[in-house]
Ligand binder design. Structure first.
Ligand code: FAD
Length: 453
């Protein structure tokens, strides 16, 4: 058994934990970061297969994500724009494919009018929501007691308009069916991106990527910490008292510290034994958070063939297995890559198939957008975060019905010497790398202020 002493122990070497650790080190405090996996980056993970670079987890940056943009600049990491020239594809509920430009899907004029009206209406309500404290809105409890599906049903009788608005928040963001999360949760998701209009605008939300991959952020942050990042060290026990903490890993490494930052997805909090147990309120709160579920599918081709057909690669349909897909060709790469997403119940469904059948079904769906050539990638990969012990879903955790208004205000309240830091507790940048960095900075600043007096 090895024991070390630090000012702060950080559990989890994702972007949030590594940001917090760097900020604390800058403030002159000593840190140790304990990471369960054999790599840093958490839900950001760049790997190479058959010579193809695949971003298995988080990758896109939007222009409002200034915490992430500042970090990229500070670390000297460059970005590049997602390819978006040409026409986008939409497939309607009858399976009819239509090309379009702009943000509004090419639906019949009455549905288009409904879409615009609903987006405007949502923008007005979202503008009233403070993403940092959605529970403080005067109607928070009411909004948190109705499902997003129910709100949509009350708002319009146009099924195709409902299906499309639901897609932006449900399948594409929270990755839960729209009957499984509240209207307040939907408003938080939009408020965290600045407006509902921003969510609808793929060119805004999925603007840029990081040259070399988003995991580069965590790799560079970890490099600055050197030997203070300990890989393959899942924390199993956290002893705590008013005097400090002892974090004990599976292999027996002990870190004695004044403070601990739990920088892991909240669904994993209960994997750690707390001595003494966490208070009743946290026991309850943590049970009301669960991971969404989405498969990110990567299909690599000899060339980005869709570009020759005048297509941007951007494709949507609430009626397709892959409800959205994009040109995901890497920087300076002659191969063309498409990325598609299969969300919530569709993801459950395809995981009941054999790997071959699943691949066939998903590529069939991509071929509806891009033509037969989409069925023959030179390389194919499914990101399956549901099977990752140290994540257990994708993209992130959100509250169940009523949970956000009931518990949200306390999700980051420290318990004695233990603080909580994760993108899933962010306001701006909620469920994104930007949010992970913001919360990491704020958590570190609060601890540094206390410890440095
Ligand atoms: P994590 O990244 O989950 O890091 C937590 C770390 O804690 C992990 O390394 C884990 O191994 C470790 N850990 C867990 N338990 C223990 C333990 N007991 N002991 C020690 N270590 C432990 N965001 C974007 O901004 N843009 C995107 O395009 C985007 N797309 C995404 C696509 C996918 C498929 C996924 C999965 C996520 C995506 N995200 C995206 C979300 C983004 O990746 C996350 O918001 C971000 O990584 C969260 O950072 P974090 O540090 O809060 O948590």
């Amino acid at each position: 058994m090895t024991a070390i002493e630090r000012d702060v122990v950080i559990i989890g070497a994702g972007p949030s934990g590594l940001t917090a650790a760097n900020e604390l080190a800058k403030a002159g405090l000593t840190v140790a970061v304990l990471e369960a996996r054999d790599r840093v980056g958490g839900r950001t993970w760049t790997d190479h297969f058959d010579g193809h670079m695949i971003e298995i987890g988080g990758q896109w940056v939007s222009p409002d994500q200034d915490a992430l943009l500042d970090t990229l600049a500070e670390l000297g990491l460059e970005t590049y724009s997602r390819y978006r020239e040409g026409e986008n594809v939409y497939i309607d509920k009858h399976g009819e494919k239509r090309l379009f430009t702009g943000d509004i899907f090419p639906v019949k004029p009455e549905t288009e009018a409904e879409l615009i009206r609903l987006i405007d209406e949502l923008d007005v309500i979202v503008a009233e929501i403070d993403a940092e404290k959605p529970w403080a809105h005067p109607r928070a409890t009411e909004y948190d007691s109705i499902t997003f599906k129910h709100w949509l049903e009350e708002a319009t009788s146009d099924q195709e308009a409902r299906d499309n608005i639901s897609l932006y928040i449900g399948a594409a963001m929270i990755t839960k069916p729209d009957h499984a999360f509240s209207f307040l949760q939907a408003l938080l998701m939009a408020a965290s991106a600045g407006s509902f209009t921003h969510l609808v605008d793929a060119d805004f939300i999925l603007d840029k990527r990081v040259v070399g991959g988003m995991q580069g952020v965590s790799i560079a942050l970890a490099a600055r910490l050197g030997d203070d990042v300990h890989l393959n060290q899942p924390v199993r026990t956290l002893r705590w008292s008013a005097d400090g903490v002892v974090a004990i890993t599976a292999s027996g490494l002990e870190v004695h510290a004044k403070r601990a930052i739990l920088a892991v997805p909240p669904v994993l909090f209960s994997r750690i034994s707390y001595e003494p147990p966490l208070p009743r309120h946290q026991h309850q709160l943590h049970q009301h958070l669960s991971m969404g579920f989405v498969i990110k599918v990567h299909a690599v081709y000899e060339t980005p063939f869709w570009r020759e057909a005048g297509l941007s690669g951007t494709a949507f349909s609430p009626y397709e297995l892959s409800h959205e897909a994009y040109d995901n060709t890497n920087h300076d790469d002659p191969f063309g890559t498409l990325v598609g997403f299969v969300s919530d119940r569709n993801a459950d469904g395809v995981f009941e198939l054999s790997a071959e059948e699943r691949k066939e079904r998903i590529l069939e769906s991509l071929s509806h957008y891009y033509g037969e050539q989409a069925k023959n990638p030179v390389f194919y990969y499914e990101s399956d975060w549901g099977s990752e012990e140290w994540t257990r879903g994708a993209y992130a955790a959100s509250f169940d019905m009523g949970g956000l208004s009931r518990y949200g205000a306390d999700q980051r309240t420290p318990v004695g010497p233990i603080s909580f830091s994760c993108s899933d507790f962010a306001g701006a940048g909620y469920q994104h790398v930007d949010g992970a960095i913001r919360v990491g900075r704020e958590t570190a600043a609060a601890i540094a202020a206390e410890l440095k007096g």
